[in-house]
Design a protein around this ligand. Structure first.
Ligand code: GLA
Length: 731
């Protein structure tokens, strides 16, 4: 494999994937300058793109002598530091012991290595020598003796390039890293739109697209998790880019804590994007010899629009990020008791739901919150991971055996990072929570964050959970996290290390999850944080699915799942059929429609199956059967957003196509029916134009070209929120 080259003469690095190219150059005074990221442009090195002029009020480094055209303030760079005359947003800031905070990064050396680099204690994409190559460029700050190693992982067949940074203190004195972004991307004169995913609890990853403006714009989380409010995945694209055409660039941070993505359009109409750990409440001390590694960013480029960009991410995560053996295996279709019972259940109720689930063809029963400690409401019990025998008489092993006995798997909910004040754990160890000395605490859902920066706390919690998992046949775990991190102070760390707490918290979560998946490699692991509050690529390294949102309303889910699909594979989105009127919105939708929406994800049910009507049971049986028949398309196919639910308020449709283009499903929801209706034609994507496809329901045969170019009419229906469903197979 040779996808990374260095031209000794011109000092140009070229990184190539099948459809993209990345170039940078070591230039005057050993400055590492960014040249290009975009479509493959052959062997032309675009060094000529750098045009240097004397710019007023843009300072010149001393070593440039009297050359007033050389200024860091306007040069596109690979990784900019603070204090060297570049007044834009920077990738890094560092403070030396004498209080000075400038950093002048210069090229020192580089290495090209087989395979993909890995990061200590952090999730990252992985790749064999056949799949990936690594470039490590070492930058050097002469005065502090700090080495900054820029890491690039190139996956030619996946069309992604990953980036991360390793900082090493080779000096004699301590330095404090105050900003350590994972990457920087400088564009010359490109007028772009910024697409990002914002929201709130129960309404995550809504889509917003805005033209970039002069100055700085950003998305971020300071909540200790990646958050419901913003997502660490963003897109920059040309203003004309659509789902099927145009240039676009994705940036995904593989991290589950505080983050910031900043974009600045500068005085020269250049755009700089930096992304990484949020500098807020972040200072990382490096003693001589110490190393700090940033999380990684996965970058992708598409010149065929946003649809292709999403499919690049879906494929890359499915093959080289998510490690679970379930990634490409059929997932057990589950029923979860949360919306069925909340905290009010006993073992008979649970068993009865499991029996009803078995009857309609489900595979697994998941016991949600409330099974442990004194957990009769959300006021108490977190931290006591021992079964609540007043609710589950005879204990968990007995219940699990009974449920296994009827041919159902058993799954369990946990929330290991938390403690309730009313718990045995808190009474024994009040010092094990994050708490600022002498200050009253911020509570949320009555619960506190355990100080999992401390190993003894992690050991205690995980050992309790391991003894539960060792005592019975639990085949699935839902790991929840139901508040933002606050009271950010660890009694176990000295004063000058408190700026590390947020990051150490995330490392603590990763350590706990790593222990879980290593000890139980056959466990199906679902992440959750009040729904999708930690829906990020970091979590996908540990779990192949994440509960997408606490909002199970099928109509709201159209927007939530649409936004999520831009950066994340469809098979990672936990998605369940729930009861109507819906518990979050009070809305009524047909049972079929709820099934169609939930099948665009990791399918399941979240309602009291004892209470559904015989007709609904029959529909559910068919839904389950159908999902099993089509699951391979959700798991391995290409995905196309045929409509934008933020613009098209009449209907929403999406499409899956198998990689061999032999099979495709088009699903959706009619949002409103009209009298004397319009005929809505939808245009399919990703088919083979000359292949003949048969509609399985009607038997009608179409060429792929006809389905894509002439379109097909949506059925004319009557009633609210009717389902839309097509299934095409190649003849
Ligand atoms: C969070 C989850 C829900 C459920 C509850 C239980 O809100 O997102 O699915 O597990 O916690 O308390």
């Amino acid at each position: 494999m040779n996808c990374i080259t260095y031209n000794q003469e011109t000092k140009v690095f070229s990184l190539r994937t099948n459809q993209s190219m990345y170039q940078m150059q070591v230039r005057e005074h050993n400055t590492l300058v960014h040249l290009y990221y975009g479509a493959n442009i052959g062997d032309t090195e675009v060094t000529y793109r750098i045009v240097s002029l004397d710019r007023g009020f843009s300072g010149n480094p001393y070593e440039a002598g009297n050359d007033r055209t050389f200024s860091m303030d306007v040069l596109p760079q690979e990784y900019s530091g603070y204090g060297n005359g570049d007044y834009r947003i920077n990738a890094m800031e560092m403070e030396q012991d004498d209080g000075s905070d400038a950093v002048h990064l210069r090229y020192e050396s580089h290495r090209i290595l087989p395979g993909k680099y890995s990061l200590e204690g952090l999730p990252a994409m992985y790749g064999t020598d056949e799949e990936a190559q690594t470039l490590e460029i070492t930058l050097y700050d002469r005065i502090s003796n700090l080495k900054v190693r820029l890491l690039y992982g190139v996956f030619p067949n996946l069309d992604v390039i990953t980036r991360a940074v390793r900082m090493e203190n080779h000096g004699q004195k301590r330095v404090a890293i105050k900003r350590a972004m994972s990457m920087e991307m400088d564009y010359q004169n490109k007028h772009m739109d910024f697409i990002h995913f914002y929201g709130r609890h129960a309404m995550e990853r809504l889509t917003e697209r805005l033209p970039l403006h002069h100055g700085v714009q950003s998305v971020e989380s300071k909540r200790g998790t990646s958050s419901h409010q913003h997502n660490p995945f963003v897109i920059l694209c040309d203003q004309m880019t659509t789902e099927t055409q145009g240039d676009c660039y994705g940036f995904a941070l593989v991290y589950s804590g505080n983050f910031r993505c900043e974009i600045e359009v500068d005085q020269m109409e250049q755009t700089r994007l930096v992304m990484g750990i949020h500098p807020y409440h972040f200072t990382y001390r490096l003693n001589p010899g110490d190393v700090f590694e940033t999380p990684e960013v996965v970058m992708a480029y598409s010149d065929k629009g946003l649809g292709r960009l999403s499919n690049i991410y879906h494929d890359a995560y499915r093959s080289n990020l998510i490690r679970s053996k379930y990634m490409n295996a059929p997932r057990p279709i589950l029923v979860n008791n949360w919306e069925a019972t909340y905290f009010n259940f006993d073992e008979e109720k649970l068993f009865n739901i499991a029996c009803a689930a078995k009857e309609i063809g489900l595979d697994m029963f998941v016991l949600d919150d409330g099974w442990f400690g004194k957990r009769d409401s959300d006021f108490s019990g977190l931290g006591d991971w021992v079964v609540n025998e007043s609710k589950i008489k005879g204990g968990l092993p007995k219940l699990v055996e009974r449920i296994n006995g009827i041919g159902m798997k058993f799954g369990l909910w946990i929330e290991p990072e938390m403690v309730s004040e009313d718990s045995d754990l808190y009474r024994a160890h009040p010092e094990w929570v994050l708490r600022i000395p002498d200050r009253s605490m911020v509570r949320s859902r009555y619960q506190l964050n355990l100080d999992i920066t401390r190993k003894e706390v992690r050991d205690h919690v995980m050992n309790q959970i391991f003894s539960i998992l060792d005592s019975c046949n639990v085949e699935y775990i839902k790991w929840d996290m139901n508040r933002s991190v606050a009271n950010v102070y660890s009694a176990a760390l000295p004063a000058d290390r408190q700026g590390e707490v947020f990051h150490r918290y995330v490392l603590g979560v990763y350590d706990m999850m790593e222990r879980l998946v290593t000890r139980y490699p056959n466990l199906l692991f679902e992440n959750c944080s009040g729904g999708g509050g930690r829906f990020d690529a970091g979590m996908l390294y540990y779990s192949p699915q994440i509960w997408c949102s606490d909002n199970t309303d099928a109509i709201d889910r159209l927007k939530i799942q649409y936004g999520t699909s831009f950066g994340y594979p469809i098979s990672t989105m936990g998605s369940h059929v729930s009861v109507c009127p819906n518990h979050q919105t009070g809305r009524n939708t047909p049972f079929e429609t709820r099934g169609i929406v939930a099948s665009a994800g990791t399918f399941g049910y979240e309602l009291d199956l004892e209470k559904i009507t015989p007709e609904e049971k029959e529909i559910a049986k068919k839904q389950i059967q159908k999902y099993k028949e089509r699951e391979h398309l959700v798991q391995t196919g290409d995905y196309h957003r045929l409509t934008d639910p933020f613009r098209n308020t009449d209907y929403v449709v999406w499409q899956f196509v198998s990689k061999d283009k032999r099979e495709s499903i088009v699903d959706g929801v009619m949002l409103k029916n009209e009298p004397n209706p319009h005929i809505h034609l939808i245009y399919l994507r990703g088919l083979d134009p000359s292949t003949r496809y048969q509609d399985k329901k009607t038997g009608q045969v179409y060429t792929g070209a006809a389905l894509m170019k002439a379109g097909i009419p949506l059925p004319v229906g009557c009633g609210d929120y009717q389902p839309i469903e097509f299934h095409f197979c190649a003849l």
